[in-house]
Design a protein around this ligand. Structure first.
Ligand code: ADP
Ligand code: ADP
Ligand code: MG
Length: 462
């Protein structure tokens, strides 16, 4: 059993994990940067240790400081959360070598699945459908153009180390391959320290449908159903829901089986997500595996009743999964809005600052995961996501109604957030119909912002 866990993260996900540890009678040790002395994850932990300066490279990405902190406190495990070091195999390896359990897959599994070009290869070998594209990575724009010629335009040039929608460019012709390749590779080099690229056919306006999986240390793998994450702006998710609306039970079955096969091929352990794109003809293709807990895990928890972070702790303790695939029950519908501190009329530019007042919603079917409190600072150094509002209903419509009501109850003053946009989205006809694709935001965001502005949104004080 685990006795003491270090949480190598900050913000709402660190708070989520600390709460789960405390609920399981496990001591929770936080690490924090000098910018996070007053952050909620620093305050509510059993113990908190300062690991460096405000820049992530000095603190939350500082492998040796984090491992030293875990050793100094006698922690027997480290939970990496998402972002930061969560998919960094060097970090997982450093934990393994220090005799500290990394709550996630083995470092060599991260190596295999973390490089997206390598993961594609592994999936092909395992018989999981991937998007047509290059066999592995491509060395330059000429090679990318040759592959584009073969598979047909349009194509997507993607960074092997990419994440969060970065390091990715579309190309509709050879000129765009040349421009986009260099730009995407440079972006990946600066974000992830690795400019390696690969090429995929661009599936036009697919749905993004992903499967949550859990795998224990005894070879048992189950999936917890799917999430539809097609509401994306610049390849970043804004709203997610479970289940995916209108997905046929045959397709769900096939995709679930492919997700389990993918996890088995990677000798996977712990929680992970297999992401697919689905085209108009219901063909589905693997795009990547996220070898960590995901931002949108609560929607799955709401419809399955399975506590994914608790399962992560149990799996890391060496306990076998307590249920089989057949025993997993799905009920109702859940929707999550990722609230970020951003100025929506200013191209969603981050809006750090001091929160004056917050009030979060409650009541039947509502959950809020956040690290905000009255008077807290939203730091300019980190990701702008500040709260996740999740609504569950017996039907999708009930979930939508509850989300509208929950967002109306929510008050966040002092900083601008995306909340009004997500609130208006809950009234959009096409959203209400469900089954939308990843082109949705590109087609509807301007309309939503126009309505918001016409209703006085731009002049609203915060
Ligand atoms: P998903 O949205 O599918 O969970 P992402 O790749 O978008 O996966 O990343 C998960 C989250 O991790 C992001 O929404 C963001 O909040 C955070 N994140 C991503 N990259 C970083 C990073 N380099 N540093 C800190 N946080 C990050
Ligand atoms: P990241 O690691 O940044 O999350 P992904 O490979 O998951 O990168 O892609 C991010 C998003 O980009 C997907 O959710 C999807 O909307 C879009 N996308 C990725 N690959 C393709 C593709 N081949 N065709 C069309 N859209 C794609
Ligand atoms: Mg992705």
């Amino acid at each position: 059993m685990l006795r003491k866990v270090l949480i190598a993260n900050r913000g709402e996900i660190a708070v989520r994990i600390i709460r789960e540890c405390l609920d399981s009678s496990i001591e929770a040790v936080s690490v924090y940067s000098t910018a996070d002395r007053q952050a909620l994850h620093t305050i509510i932990a059993t113990k908190a240790i300062c690991i460096g300066g405000p820049r992530a490279s000095e603190s939350y990405l500082n492998i040796s400081n984090i491992v030293e902190a875990a050793k100094a406190c006698g922690c027997d495990a480290v939970h990496p959360g998402f972002g930061f070091l969560s998919e960094n195999s060097d970090f997982a390896r450093a934990c393994e070598e220090a005799g500290i359990k990394f709550i996630g897959p083995a470092s060599w599994t991260i190596d295999k699945m973390g490089n997206k070009a390598a993961a594609r290869k592994l999936m092909v070998e395992a018989g999981v459908p991937v998007v047509p594209g290059s066999e592995g990575s491509v060395k330059d724009a000429d090679e990318a153009a040759a592959i584009a010629e073969k598979i047909g335009y349009p194509v997507l040039m993607k960074a092997s180390a990419g994440g969060g929608g970065r390091g990715m460019r579309k190309a509709y012709n050879p000129e765009e391959v040349r421009e986009g390749f260099a730009a995407a590779s440079a972006e990946a080099e600066s974000c992830f320290g690795n400019g390696e690229m690969y090429v995929e056919k661009l599936i036009e306006n697919p749905r993004h449908i992903e499967f949550q999986i859990l795998a224990d240390g005894f070879g048992n793998v189950v999936h917890l159903g799917e999430r539809d994450c097609s509401i994306q702006r610049r390849n970043q998710k804004l709203v997610e829901e479970a289940p995916a609306w209108g997905l046929s039970s045959e397709l769900r079955e096939k995709m679930g089986q492919a997700a389990v096969k993918a996890a088995k091929a990677a000798d996977y352990e712990n929680a992970g997500t297999i992401e697919f794109v689905v085209d108009k003809d219901e063909n589905f293709y693997f795009i990547e595996m996220n070898t960590r807990i995901q931002v949108e895990h609560p929607v799955t928890e709401m419809v399955t009743g399975i506590n994914i972070v608790k399962e992560q702790l149990r799996i890391a303790s060496g306990i076998p999964l307590g249920f089989s695939q057949e025993e997993i029950q799905f009920s109702g519908h859940a929707i999550e809005c990722r609230i970020t501190a951003e100025r929506v009329f200013d191209n969603f530019a981050p809006c750090p600052g001091q929160v004056e007042f917050i009030h979060f919603p409650a009541g039947a079917g509502i959950r809020v995961d956040s690290a905000l409190y009255n008077g807290c600072e939203i730091s300019p150094f980190y990701d702008s996501m500040v709260a996740k509002v999740i609504a569950k209903g017996n039907t999708r419509l009930e979930a939508v109604r509850r989300m509208r009501r929950a967002l109306e109850e929510t008050v966040i003053t002092g900083v601008e957030t995306t909340l009004p946009v997500q609130h208006l989205l809950m009234f959009n006809q096409e959203f209400l119909r469900g089954g939308y694709d990843t082109g949705f935001i590109e087609n509807h965001l301007k309309d939503i912002l126009d309505i918001y502005e016409a209703a006085g949104g731009k002049h609203e004080s915060v």
